[in-house]
Ligand binder design. Structure first.
Ligand code: SF4
Ligand code: MG
Length: 332
């Protein structure tokens, strides 16, 4: 399997002034293979959208690198950058905010084609827009209407048509269904899967929980506070989650089988996601980890490959770590 995207120790920090640095993405490493759906999952505020935008080159990087087809995304210039921008597209969480309310559906979908001058005649452009509308299940009659005339699900279909206009090889879908009614989520996911099957592109699929990604992704990286804490196949993550944070995320998904549902313990995480401005020392998860040991607050866990292709960062998985129970504070 050939990687189309390589992310190497990527960091994106924002300098807020007065010595405050927001460490949104703090050293993430993963590869995405051609044609797969790679899930990037974590609570809101964990840095996954910032990671997506940095990978697209919309944000400069603080450190590390992003290689797309072995080209450093942040060093592209001129023609090569233009080709990259055509080849990697994004589908946004809020289809309403990302569509210009004063443009017709036709103008919205045609815009990338016009900017990149990828058609010869007006007739060709019209035909292309009609094809795109059709491919996302919208009527060509819809072309002259405005975004507000559509339902959330239809608006997301418009956003998808726009993302497909330039025939990209890679699509970053940033929570494409989380703003939609539950009743239409499944149909939009099915559409995304069908389009991938027809056109063969690759997805980086960003989500805040595992309920849908687990079904559509071949592999998943679990993110917490700017770090990837576990990375493996969807199947392994579901069967054998190794990191305490992944275990908590998984325990939040309802299982249709009542026997399993009953046997399973829901892990409720205490407290809020800490601020990425002064993130916890040691393991970033230690302030909320139900099984944290004394060493977790000061020593950063190593990235360990526990079985082929299954990586996680937790001291409990590290045979070289000697761990001690946390001292409990006795209140008097
Ligand atoms: Fe929990 Fe410690 Fe493992 Fe971090 S290293 S996940 S705090 S047990
Ligand atoms: Mg987000």
């Amino acid at each position: 399997n050939q990687p189309i995207l390589k992310v190497n120790n990527l960091k994106k920090h924002f300098d807020l002034g007065k010595g405050q640095i927001l460490q949104a993405v703090d050293g993430i490493t993963f590869e995405v293979y051609k044609g797969e759906t790679f899930g990037l999952v974590g609570e809101s505020g964990c840095g996954k959208s910032t990671a997506g935008r940095t990978i697209m080159g919309l944000y400069g990087r603080t450190a590390g690198e992003v290689l797309f087809n072995n080209q450093d995304v942040h060093k592209l210039k001129g023609k090569e950058r233009n080709a990259f921008l055509k080849n990697m597209q994004m589908i946004f969480q809020d289809p309403y905010a990302s569509l210009n309310p004063r443009s017709t559906v036709y103008e919205i979908i045609a815009e990338p084609l016009v900017i990149h001058e990828v058609y010869n005649t007006k007739k060709e452009l019209n035909a292309k827009v009609n094809d795109l509308l059709e491919s996302v299940g919208l009527d060509r009659e819809h072309a002259n209407r405005y975004p507000h005339e559509f339902s959330g699900g239809q608006r997301q279909r418009i956003g998808i048509a726009r993302a497909l206009a330039l025939d990209p090889d890679f699509i970053i879908a940033d929570e494409p269904i989380s703003a939609l009614d539950v009743s239409v989520q499944a149909s939009v996911v099915k559409l995304l899967q069908k389009l991938q099957k027809d056109k063969g592109f690759t997805y980086l699929f960003i989500a805040h929980d595992l309920s849908m990604v687990k079904y559509i992704s071949s592999r998943i990286a679990v993110m917490y506070l700017g770090h990837i804490v576990e990375l493996t196949t969807s199947e392994q993550l579901y069967k054998n989650p190794l990191h305490p944070y992944s275990q908590a995320l998984l325990s939040a998904i309802p299982i249709p089988d009542p026997d399993i549902e009953e046997a399973r313990q829901r892990i409720i995480l205490q407290g809020e996601l800490p601020s990425p401005i002064n993130p916890p020392t040691g393991c970033v998860f230690h302030t909320r980890c139900p099984v944290a040991k004394a060493e977790c607050s000061s020593v950063k866990p190593r990235w360990l490959e526990k079985e082929p292709g299954h990586m996680a960062a937790c001291h409990l998985l590290d045979p070289d770590m000697i761990l001690h129970e946390k001292e409990t504070v006795v209140e008097v």
